[in-house]
Design a protein around this ligand. Sequence first.
Ligand code: SF4
Length: 383
Amino acid sequence: METTILPNEQKIAFDFPRQDALGGVCTASAWAKVPEPLAAAAREPLVNEIKALLKARNAVLVAHYYVDGALQDLAWQTGGFVADSLEMARFGKNHAAQTLVVAGVRFMGETAKILSPEKTVLMPDLDATCSLDLGCPADDFARFCDAHPDRQVVVYANTSAAVKARADWMVTSSCALAIVHELHQQGQKILFAPDRHLGRYIADQTGADMLLWEGHCVVHDEFKAAELVTLKAKHPKAKILVHPESPASVTELADVVGSTSAMIKAVVDGPGDEFIVATDQGILHRMRQLAPGKKLIEAPTAGNSATCKSCAHCPWMAMNGLVGVKACLSFDRPGPSPFEVQVDPALGLKAKHCIDRMLDFTAHNPDKLARAQHGFVKNIGAA
Ligand code: SF4
């Protein structure tokens, strides 16, 4: 087994600002666009207007588990869907609606458009991006691939269409382990981007030879092992659920390492009444709905060893709100809509190849997915 990390001098720098020791700005432009919470009296009429607009435009709302609970509820109430990025992609592709409203981040809207170029794909705010996408510019990534032509290129969903166009496979955290395991069994060497923690986790679990890009998620990178140990000591019966975008020191403490869907399943179906959850706090809304009797505790991101008091919430996911959903559905001025996701058709066709391979693999290999998922789970039984 060979797991290779780029040497320091070749590391790709991130192009987003980190919070400094004095409490300076961290992802400030995104936080500045996060909508104010709505009073209950304002929310109900707005929700009714959106329901009417969805009907009038033959549109369906597809939301990620990390977005505001009001959006998740609205998606379910209107025949839409709330899911992880794998299931969002599949739902949008298969649904008959002519317009998809994607409440999530930019790469999710792009994936929906790539899979359904004939549909209109709208987002409440097209500036909602992702630190992994930002940290993997297409030109640099192309040079990285060019330097390693002997490797299968596997990219995480959290990348631009241009990066996907260069890939052999796309994966999400739900299927990454199964797909890389399969490639490893075939004797393939892997180039993986952009999340370094997920890449290292997959390499450790599968034994695959993986060359990793150095990206990270600003939310999951901030979970802290030392504080987690302290929290666990206060809640000794709690099972620890960790997303694999978290650092190795944190995943090592987990009872379950898995995608958002796997973490929800662990809370709903797994043993135990108490869970420490290390992923974006938006997921707690769905967990509380499905397992109302269980105690959910947010994993610590701040403390003595923290560099950024991120509160375990993605600023770009937080940019999605009811007001934005109404705005994207009701825009009717002449010219291109500022809410519509556009992907160059030729680029989209190239990018579609790696997404189709993932969808095909996941549709036809439920047993391999289940086996791989079992590998994520350490002390909690089936999840
Ligand atoms: S939570 Fe992390 S991986 Fe997910 S969209 Fe936000 S920055 Fe990207």
